[in-house]
Design a protein around this ligand. Structure first.
Ligand SMILES: [Mg+2]
Length: 384
């Protein structure tokens, strides 16, 4: 049986939400991210801004140089989250299973729904019109026989487009596209593929599999499957977060060990608080550091599952000491928790007393933070 998967991607989502609140921003180059004199990056750029070459994750200062008359706005994530939930609720009226893949991307499994709603193409048109009319948000939709095809179709149809890749047409649609259209192929893999003479998805699909396996191992097999348009991942309602991270770009690059340690501690507290709110524990701690020349390093360590600020900080600190090997100033620091699993204290028959103590401490620090904000309480070191 053919599956019918619909992928919906909201166009320039943060900018679109800002335009709902301030219609004067329509038709103008708008950049959400923050003050262009600061050191942040572009979180979302309107299509008018993109014509100047502005892209997501570009430093704001560079965006300002490319388009000096652009309107710069500080991101208001609570607002975007609220709109994202409204979109999700609206989509639930159209399909039994809706997956929120990110704040602005959704998958709907429409298999079998064509009898109920008429042509799937007509339904997609209706969804787009509904989003425009009721929420004021532009979106692009891709339709295809699996999630991979639907996602690429949506990307190809942007902005505010609609593209249906008919069953059997997958390979011919993918073949001419650059390999970067496939998920999991970053800049590094792209350049390695280029060394093998592979630039397009078609070339990747044709490339002898044994050679791809020799060069890339398991990832080679996965890339080959994707290049042939294969994907069996189901649309699932509940998506557990795979990781949780916080990072900070310094106002001024620094090499001062006290400052670095203090920031690392605050980042550890930030992710620790986040993971306890999720009711989960992490089996891997990762740190990321970026030097002032933009060389970026990350280091990971497996740990017994933890949600404790001190344990996270101590692991992060040890990783940092090993990773920070150059006498060069640091621009960015980050801490990430991954390998997450649910904590279930009710299920445990015996909880060691020190664990209970930790749990009580977490509950009291977290409740103080919820009332007075993250700044209210810090581990000794984070006070600097
Ligand atoms: Mg989007």
């Amino acid at each position: 049986m053919n599956r019918h998967i619909l992928h919906l991607d909201l166009d320039a989502f943060f900018v679109s939400v800002e335009r709902v609140f301030n219609p004067q921003l329509r038709g103008k180059p708008v950049i959400v991210g923050g003050d262009p004199r600061g050191r942040g990056v572009v979180a979302s750029a309107s299509y008018e801004a993109r014509t100047y070459g502005i892209r997501s994750a570009m430093p704001l200062a560079q965006a300002k140089k490319l388009c000096s008359h652009a309107v710069f706005i500080i991101a208001r994530h609570a607002r975007y989250q609220e709109f994202s939930e409204k979109v999700l609720n609206m989509l639930r009226r159209y399909a039994p299973v809706v997956e929120a893949a990110s704040v602005d991307e959704f998958y709907l499994d429409m298999t079998g729904c064509d009898h109920l709603y008429g042509s799937i193409f007509a339904v997609a048109t209706q969804i787009k019109a509904d989003l425009r009319k009721k929420l004021g948000l532009p979106a692009s939709i891709g339709l295809g026989s699996n999630k991979l095809i639907a996602k690429i179709a949506a990307a190809l149809s942007k902005p505010e487009g609609l593209l249906w890749v008919f069953p059997g047409e997958e390979a011919s649609i993918l073949a001419p596209l650059p390999v970067a259209y496939l998920p999991g192929i970053g800049l590094h893999t792209q350049s390695r593929l280029q060394e093998l003479g592979i630039r397009t998805i078609g070339e990747l699909a044709q490339f002898p599999q044994p050679l791809l396996l020799t060069a890339f191992g398991k990832h080679g097999q996965q890339m080959n499957n994707r290049a042939r348009g294969l994907c069996s991942r189901p649309v699932t309602e509940h998506r557990e977060p795979k990781s949780l991270s916080r990072e900070v770009t310094f106002n001024t690059d620094t090499i001062d060990p006290r400052t670095l340690e203090m920031v690392l501690c605050r980042l550890a507290e930030g992710v620790g608080y986040g993971i306890r709110r999720l009711g989960m524990a992490a089996g891997t701690v990762t740190i990321k550091l970026r030097y002032s020349d933009f060389q970026t390093i990350s280091r990971s360590q497996s740990v017994p599952p933890t949600d404790d600020d001190v344990e996270i900080f101590q692991t992060a600190q040890a990783l940092f000491k090993k990773a920070f090997s150059r006498r060069v100033r640091i621009r960015l620091l980050g801490v990430k928790l991954s390998n997450l699993l649910a904590k279930n204290p009710q299920g445990a028959l015996f909880v060691p007393p020190e664990e209970i103590k930790k749990e009580q401490l977490h509950q009291s620090t977290d409740s103080i933070r919820e009332r007075f904000g993250m700044e209210a309480l810090h581990l000794g070191r984070a006070l600097g």
